[in-house]
Design a protein around this ligand. Structure first.
Ligand SMILES: *[C@@H]1O[C@H](CO)[C@@H](O)[C@H](O)[C@H]1NC(C)=O
Ligand SMILES: *[C@@H]1O[C@H](CO)[C@@H](O)[C@H](O)[C@H]1NC(C)=O
Ligand SMILES: *[C@@H]1O[C@H](CO)[C@@H](O)[C@H](O)[C@H]1NC(C)=O
Ligand SMILES: *[C@@H]1O[C@H](CO)[C@@H](O)[C@H](O)[C@H]1NC(C)=O
Ligand SMILES: *[C@@H]1O[C@H](CO)[C@@H](O)[C@H](O)[C@H]1NC(C)=O
Length: 286
């Protein structure tokens, strides 16, 4: 009897030590429609909580965070996905398409002010991820002026939020840069000048993001960072689509043969490759 109870306690303890937490922030590329206040929260058998898996995604089904949490994970991970479709970093810097959108600033503040809603987590086995910037650049690249200076303004706001998270104990950060939306069907319908301007604005932002991530790691003891280069990864697929099973990367639709499901979002078939690559880069952390 005692032996059985002891075994049971041991199983509970090892499960709680192995369980990891993931707080995720971003836009429609990441959104699953999770709501912290309505529940249910992530649990064994339902690691992303509400709504019913795979949630409300922009991919037509599972997206990268669904698949990294449930399929390419190397441990039990509870994912609190606060990403919100249409998000920009700060609505005062770049307005989202509609005022009700929760920006990255709103998402991080919701996390910081969540009170007792979020169960306790440990610095050493909790991941904080960010895929943001697509809407910031897409909604501002054409405004003229020095886009590099503006990217620094955006990144100042972004990394002020990161500093707040570090202050609460966050130590493990995954940053995902801005993919080549200059090659999205939306932009293929625009002039080549517009495509080139968006492309160079994205490249400038991504270079600065990589430097910020490196500085964060260098300056904060115990901080680990990963930067998943979505721009390079998308570019490889778009340049070699048949190697990934895609027949057409300029048109869109809900088909396993297509990279884009609509004029700005990749299909679930593309997200599967993103998830595999991201899990591989995290090297077993998740
Ligand atoms: C969560 O649900 C509540 C209640 O319906 C709503 O007020 C709130 O805006 C929702 N939050 C998000 C992030 O969707
Ligand atoms: C990956 O996550 C699923 C869903 O929570 C879980 O059932 C599975 O055990 C996890 N995989 C590993 C290797 O821990
Ligand atoms: C992580 O931290 C928790 C709480 O401090 C501790 O119990 C656990 O052993 C640590 N895990 C690792 C892998 O260091
Ligand atoms: C990190 O350190 C570098 C070099 O000392 C410094 O230039 C930079 O401002 C620091 N960045 C942050 C975010 O503290
Ligand atoms: C992709 O589809 C579009 C629309 O049907 C077509 O114009 C284009 O030629 C196709 N590209 C390839 C490589 O088949």
């Amino acid at each position: 009897m005692f032996f059985l109870i002891a075994l049971h306690v041991f199983a509970l303890l090892s499960a709680s030590q192995a369980q990891k937490s993931w707080f995720s922030f971003g836009d429609s590329y990441t959104q699953t429609g999770f709501n912290l206040t309505t529940g249910p929260l992530p649990s064994v058998g339902n690691p992303l909580g509400n709504p019913t898996y795979p949630g409300w995604t922009s991919s037509g089904g599972e997206n990268w965070i669904d698949l990294t949490t449930t399929t390419y994970n190397t441990s039990l991970v509870f994912t609190y996905n606060l990403a919100y479709g249409g998000a920009t970093i700060d609505a005062n810097l770049v307005a989202p398409y509609t005022p009700s959108v929760l920006s990255l600033t709103d998402q991080v503040n919701d996390f910081l002010q969540s009170g007792g809603l979020i169960p306790s987590w440990s610095s050493n086995n909790t991941l904080f991820s960010f895929w943001i910037g697509i809407n910031d650049l897409g909604n501002s690249y054409y405004l003229g002026g020095d886009r590099g200076v503006f990217s620094d303004t955006l990144l100042d706001a972004y990394f002020a939020l990161i500093a707040k998270l570090v202050a609460t104990g966050a130590r493990n950060f995954l940053f995902i840069n801005v993919p080549p939306t200059d090659r999205s069907p939306l932009m293929l319908g625009q002039s080549t000048d517009a495509q080139a301007l968006l492309k160079s604005t994205i490249q400038g932002f991504n270079t600065k993001l990589a430097a910020r991530a490196q500085a964060l790691k260098a300056n904060s003891s115990g901080v680990q960072t990963w930067v998943w280069d979505s721009n390079a990864f998308f570019t490889t697929i778009l340049d070699h689509p048949t190697s990934y099973g895609f027949t057409n990367v300029t048109t869109y639709g809900d088909s396993p043969e297509l990279f884009w499901i609509n004029d700005l979002h990749p299909t679930r078939y593309a997200h599967k490759f993103f998830a595999q690559s991201i899990a591989q880069q995290l090297g077993g952390f998740i």
